[in-house]
Write a protein that binds this ligand. Structure first.
Ligand code: 5GP
Length: 213
């Protein structure tokens, strides 16, 4: 079976990735999703195993040593990582897998899995919009908000490393654009090898109908 692709989605914090990914999964329900692990404290409204698996630093470090992560990174002072087992399971099932990672995580996956991945960078329409989004979700205290905004300057410049850039101005449009990228890639000749082979087999089987003509 042709393997699925890793769809790497990255953006500065507050870029709106989370909501956008939910929307993309509604448009393409056959996408796989891997829930990350983090040492960050759970926010109000978040659920274990839905947004993240929340583990402490000791457990995270134990898992790093055990080679449990496809990638991991320290983001705004907390550790975040994508499970290797979970991501391999999805890829081997032939499904595409969305991985939502910060730019360091994205670069680390691209280094090792260039041919197996499609990287998409989400840009906010402007700094002001990013600031407004981060402020209005009110999930961070003032110091944390400051760190995230400050880090966003270096993060936006990373767009150069990605295959695609989406400006997240209107949620529905941005989600449709991401779904279009994923759908187009599924139609590539390489990924349709198996389907094409069985179609051509049917032509081979029917060739005798025209023998002698
Ligand atoms: P938040 O704390 O706002 O949920 O996420 C902070 C940052 O960590 C975001 O940029 C998010 O994309 C990133 N992130 C979430 N999961 C992972 C992961 O598994 N690996 C890496 N490298 N970054 C992650």
């Amino acid at each position: 079976m042709t393997k699925g692709k890793l769809i790497i989605i990255s953006s500065p914090s507050g870029g709106g990735k989370g909501t956008l990914i939910k929307e993309v999964r509604d448009l393409l329900p056959d996408m796989g999703y891997s829930c990350s692990h983090t040492t960050r404290p759970k926010r109000f409204g978040e659920e274990e195993g839905r947004e993240y698996f929340f583990i402490d630093r000791k457990e995270f470090e134990r898992r790093i040593k055990g080679g449990d992560f496809l990638e991991y990174a320290t983001v705004h002072g907390n550790l975040y990582g994508t499970s290797l087992t979970e991501s391999n399971k999805v890829a081997n099932s032939g499904k595409d897998l969305i991985v939502e990672v910060d730019v360091q995580g994205a670069l680390s996956i691209m280094e090792r899995k260039r041919d197996d991945s499609i990287s998409i960078f989400i840009l906010p329409p402007s700094f002001e919009v990013l600031r407004a989004r981060l402020t209005s979700r009110a999930t961070e205290d003032a110091a944390e908000l400051h760190t995230r905004l400050k880090n966003s300057f270096a993060e936006v410049m990373q767009y150069v490393n990605f295959d695609y850039v989406i400006v997240n101005e209107h949620l529905t449009t941005a989600a449709q654009q991401i779904a279009a990228i994923i759908t187009a890639n599924r139609q590539s000749r390489d990924r349709q090898r198996d389907a094409i082979r069985s179609i051509l087999d049917s032509f081979d089987a029917a060739r005798h109908l025209f023998e002698g003509e």
